[in-house]
Write a protein that binds this ligand. Structure first.
Ligand code: BES
Ligand code: ZN
Ligand code: ZN
Length: 484
């Protein structure tokens, strides 16, 4: 689908349908041709509700709160999903922004591109997408108009960003037998080629040479060799350098601490953090953001075999710390521990290091399925990420550290244990485990984002379809735009 812009007034644009947003409190504005008819049809402008007037070529959609861009994003996505079954080729939409920044227009464009996403790779008879073009008018609903150049920039940003988000969705939705660590590394190589990025792909020999005993142990029982993926984007004149580290478990069976079947299904999504950081570097390069980025992904499977790592094993990570394994299903933090060490040893000087992972079911228990958990030592950095989430339309909440929870990962036999000793606070004890692998001098540069809840969606919500959501990509791009 293509997004285009036009300086024509909305009613003069040649399109089969106009998409018109209204809110329940204010059902009338310049583009509403017959509000009495809408009411007759039972349309009250309720959130994400829809009314189609085919003879007039109008499609109305309700926006809960026009002051909140996320309302527009969700409404646009809902409209596009509903229109998906119609044979509509072209849509036209106007602007609902009042200031210079086209926040609502950007959100509408994102809602359209994210809402139109479909994953039909495994359907024997996929239905072809009908909608080909959406034309954005510079005309605003109050009668004025927005600047063409600003509109063009807004649409371009949404297009690049959503292209990356939808690409991440594709990687994560692809079945784990296809999307192996090697396949994910090939995707990274492709990004590097397209955007002229430096690309290093390391294999199991490298993990051994580098004494990455934790990552190596997790990957051992899989027939698919692991990959440590490292992409670098270094634009000229970059003011900041950021490391992004992602958990790329292309499958998490739980290992010898095997998951029950109902929890194992969907664990192809355990690579969502890794896929997400690849999506972020891809979008950042496409948008030419003036910030240097290293994207590092630990890609492997957590499987069972005679040589699998075991609860009771003691692993030595790259920084020399010993880890008592008590649960082989807490594998993501083991992979990330070594990737964080690798990142700090390899990238010479940097301003921030942020990791993103589907790390704990406990995070979703704490904040619900819709929200990512943000953890770290530095309040300013956490605040930056929380504000970026708000701007991007993603949901995020801080989960606070404390010294009592820190004691729960103490081990009798090694330096640290890979799970906490209590059933509670699991998202935080997982993050505190990761903190053990952040060097003291980098303590305030690090944050951890747990996307276990929103990374994979069971029931459609907002701009997210069933399956992989691409969580974290919009959040991190909004943050990088601010950092730059
Ligand atoms: N990949 C899972 C976490 C997860 C759960 C992600 C649900 C998405 C949805 C992770 O590797 C895991 O299994 N964590 C365990 C940790 C426990 C053993 C301390 C969990 O959350 O149960
Ligand atoms: Zn696990
Ligand atoms: Zn996992």
């Amino acid at each position: 689908m293509r997004l285009e812009i036009s300086t024509e007034a909305l009613e003069r644009i040649e399109a089969e349908f106009k998409l018109i947003f209204v809110c329940a409190k204010e059902m009338e504005h310049g583009w509403v041709s017959d509000s009495a008819l809408l009411k007759k049809m039972g349309f009250e402008g309720e959130d994400e509700s829809l009314c189609l007037l085919p003879e007039r070529g109008e499609c109305y959609v309700g926006v809960e709160n026009p002051a909140d861009h996320e309302s527009f994003r969700a409404a646009a996505a809902a409209a596009i999903r509903a229109l998906g079954s119609y044979r509509i080729d072209t849509l036209a939409v106007g602007s609902y922004d009042e200031g210079q920044k086209l926040t609502a227009t950007g959100a509408i464009a994102e809602g359209i591109l994210l809402g139109a996403y479909r994953f039909d790779r495994y359907k024997s008879k996929p239905k072809p997408a009908q909608l080909q073009r959406v034309i954005f008018s510079t005309q605003s609903f109050q009668g004025g108009s927005v600047e063409e150049a600003v509109l063009s920039e807004t649409i371009d940003r949404a297009t690049q960003l959503c292209d990356a988000v939808n690409g991440v969705r594709d990687w994560v939705n692809t079945m784990p037998d296809t999307m192996t660590p090697e396949a994910l590394a090939e995707e990274a190589e492709q990004i590097a080629k397209t955007h002229d990025l430096a690309c290093h792909i390391h294999d199991e020999d490298f993990l051994r040479e580098q004494k990455m005993g934790a990552f190596e142990a997790v990957s051992r029982a899989s027939t698919r060799p692991p990959r440590l993926i490292h992409l670098s984007y270094a634009p000229e004149g970059a003011k900041k350098r950021v490391i992004l580290v992602g958990k790329g478990l292309t499958y998490d069976s739980g290992g010898l601490s095997l998951k029950p079947s109902e929890f194992m299904a969907s664990m192809k999504s355990d690579m969502a953090g890794g896929a997400g950081v690849l999506g972020v570097i891809k979008a950042a390069a496409a948008l030419k953001l003036p910030v240097a980025i290293d994207a590092i992904v630990g890609a492997t499977e957590n499987m069972i075999a005679g040589n699998a790592y075991k609860p009771d094993d003691v692993l030595i990570a790259k920084n020399g710390k010993s880890i008592e394994v008590k649960n082989a299903d807490a594998e993501g933090r083991l992979v990330l521990a070594d990737c964080l060490c690798y990142a700090q040893d390899t990238v010479e000087s940097f301003d921030y290091i942020v990791d993103m992972a589907t790390l704990t079911g406990a995070c979703a228990v704490a904040v619900g399925d819709y929200t990512s958990g943000i953890m770290g030592h530095d309040s300013a950095l956490k605040k930056q990420l929380l504000e970026a989430a708000d701007r991007s339309g993603e949901l995020a909440a801080e989960l606070p550290f404390n010294k009592h929870l820190k004691k729960l990962i103490k081990s009798e036999v090694a330096d640290v244990c890979n799970i906490g000793s209590s059933r509670y606070g699991g998202a935080i004890t997982a993050a505190l485990f990761l903190a053990e692998f952040i060097e003291e001098k980098n303590r305030d540069k690090w944050d951890h984002i747990d996307i276990a809840g929103p990374g994979f969606v069971q029931k459609v919500w907002g701009p997210n379809p069933h399956g992989a959501s691409g969580a974290g990509v919009r959040l991190l791009i909004s943050w990088l735009e601010e950092v730059a």
